[in-house]
Design a protein around this ligand. Structure first.
Ligand SMILES: Cc1cc2nc3c(=O)[nH]c(=O)nc-3n(C[C@H](O)[C@H](O)[C@H](O)COP(=O)(O)OP(=O)(O)OC[C@H]3O[C@@H](n4cnc5c(N)ncnc54)[C@H](O)[C@@H]3O)c2cc1C
Length: 479
């Protein structure tokens, strides 16, 4: 049966821009966190800022919750539909609007794929630095909403450091401009909207900073017989004042999964851990820094060090790391990935504690992480066919996140809170912190229609872990 509001949306985006057949709606029932599913009522595919504004104004008029969606690669259930919601997907918003090399900036629609930004300007000697491992498929709009990171964010900063301005549609359909010009006095609203996980409306045009490509790049692969030694090498490199362009670590389970699937044939299967370190700059700088990194790794017990300078060789070393999540399918039918952050210096003890938790809960954990900034990605391996397995791995994931908070870290480095981690917000923030954040959301999203049920804990869905004090807050129980 046609949706009763479909004709209103069709009048804005045309018939082909409205999806209402159940078999087509199923495509949008989840994001990368496939354990949570909810089929939306309608999916709308606008093409322009004006169409997004008109669609959101209709949601406001008919009191329909809406969920923005980019490529659906999010790992925290951020674009998971809520019951009776309209999904607004940006798959028809893939134009590059303007390239301004003189001012090192590019303006794009939100559906543009992350990697397409670099592809558009690399011929002229520029690139876009934030590079999530999903960069071949994730959208700039999704990156903005999650404040995504990537291998190169250690040196160059995460998404928020590369957004110069945005056109934004607020949850009542108003179009506003954020940032865009030279330094502006007043509140940093661009900073507030980046990382808002779809709860403050939608980005429809984004101006990004471009960086000149480095003259030279080297990637070093060092392998270690203990995780502690690899962790000590990470601390040693940072303590020497070196900020690598990227510094990633993989443990033995991840190395073997990747070698089984991607067959890089350069990750030693018997290593307890490998470290991938990228350095960039001028030729002389890269030569000197690469030698310094190699010396530090050797001093910490690295068995072998491979160095790659040529682009194909460098890509070969990175390929396994970039495919690490996908390779987990080789080890187990399902995996649940966490995204905690810890102070770098606590790495060895936290990894040992994760191993203890893994044994206590009875589920293996493979570790892949952005070692340079302490952003862990423990991958909990399980089989969804086993009754109750998901609840058990979620409990293990929760214990890992609490461990991160206990050692002075965070429950998310880059994947966002979404639907997945909102129950842990009260482990990290006080009631007053959460209340303040909810007030900010209320200023821009007073009806609670934009991506309801995300980020903040709700007593009904978070059970005991939600603070009772939140129950009375406006918007605290929107699901
Ligand atoms: C294999 C794999 C590897 C990954 N590696 C990384 C990594 O290295 N670093 C990292 O940070 N993440 C990583 N991710 C997670 C994910 O790719 C990022 O969070 C990405 O930014 C999501 O983009 P998307 O287009 O898929 O967004 P979606 O999943 O569609 O949406 C994500 C959030 O953005 C909101 N949103 C989407 N478009 C807009 C818009 N135009 N305006 C406002 N809100 C919007 C949605 O409502 C949702 O809350 C990985 C995921 C996978 C599957």
């Amino acid at each position: 049966m046609p949706h009763r509001f479909a004709p209103f949306f069709e009048s804005v985006v045309g018939q082909r821009g409205v999806i209402q057949r159940r078999e087509e709606l199923l495509v949008y029932e989840c994001d990368g966190l496939a354990s949570y599913r909810q089929v939306p009522d309608l999916v709308i595919l606008p093409r322009t800022t004006r169409e997004v504004a008109a669609v959101i104004a209709l949601c406001d008029r008919f009191n329909l919750p809406f969920v923005a969606r980019g490529s659906g690669t999010g790992l925290s259930g951020g674009s998971l539909p809520t019951p009776d919601c309209v999904v607004i997907a940006t798959t028809r918003m893939r134009s590059i609007i303007d390239i301004d090399l003189d001012n090192q900036r590019i303006t794009v629609q939100p559906g543009v794929i992350n990697n397409s930004v670099t592809q558009a300007v690399c011929g002229a000697g520029y690139y876009y630095a934030p590079d999530p491992s999903s960069q071949q498929i994730c959208s700039i709009g999704g990156n903005i909403a999650e404040n995504s990171g990537g291998v190169h964010c250690l040196k160059y900063g995460v998404t928020t450091n590369h957004v110069l301005g945005m056109t934004w549609v607020l949850p009542d359909g108003q179009i506003v401009k954020l940032g865009g010009g030279p330094e502006r006095p007043g509140y940093d609203l661009t900073g507030l909207f980046v990382g808002s996980e779809g709860t403050l409306g939608m980005a429809t045009e984004i101006t990004l900073r471009l960086l000149p490509s480095a003259q030279a790049i080297a990637v070093l692969l060092a392998d270690f017989t203990s995780i502690e030694a690899a962790g000590a090498a990470v601390s040693g490199i940072i303590a020497a004042g070196i900020v690598p362009a990227g510094m990633e670590m993989m443990d033995n389970s991840s190395i073997n999964a990747v070698e089984d699937v991607v067959k890089t044939q350069c990750y030693p299967r018997d290593a307890a851990a490998i470290l991938l370190v990228e350095v960039d700059g001028s030729d002389t700088e890269v030569q000197a820094t690469a030698a310094q990194v190699a010396a530090i790794c050797r001093a910490q017990g690295a068995r072998n060090i491979t160095e790659a300078r040529e682009v194909q060789e460098r890509l070969r070393l990175w390929k396994g790391r970039k495919a690490a999540f996908a390779a987990m399918g080789k080890l187990s039918p399902n995996y649940y990935v966490q995204d905690g952050v810890i102070p770098r210096t606590r790495l060895p003890e936290v990894l040992a504690a994760i191993e203890r938790l893994s044994q206590e809960h009875g589920y293996p954990v493979a570790n892949v992480f952005h070692a340079g900034d302490g952003n862990l990605h423990p991958l909990i391996l399980y089989n969804d066919a086993e009754p109750g397995a998901l609840e058990k791995v979620e409990a293990l994931g929760g214990d890992i996140l609490r461990l991160c908070v206990q050692v002075g870290g965070s429950i998310s480095g880059e994947h966002g809170i979404g639907a997945d981690k909102r129950c842990y917000m009260s482990d990290m923030f006080s009631d007053a912190d959460l209340e303040t954040m909810i007030w900010v959301r209320e200023v821009f999203n007073p009806q609670g229609l934009a991506n309801p049920g995300k980020i903040f804990p709700t007593p009904r869905t978070c059970g005991e872990s939600a603070k009772a004090a939140l129950a009375g807050l406006p918007g605290a129980e929107v699901f």
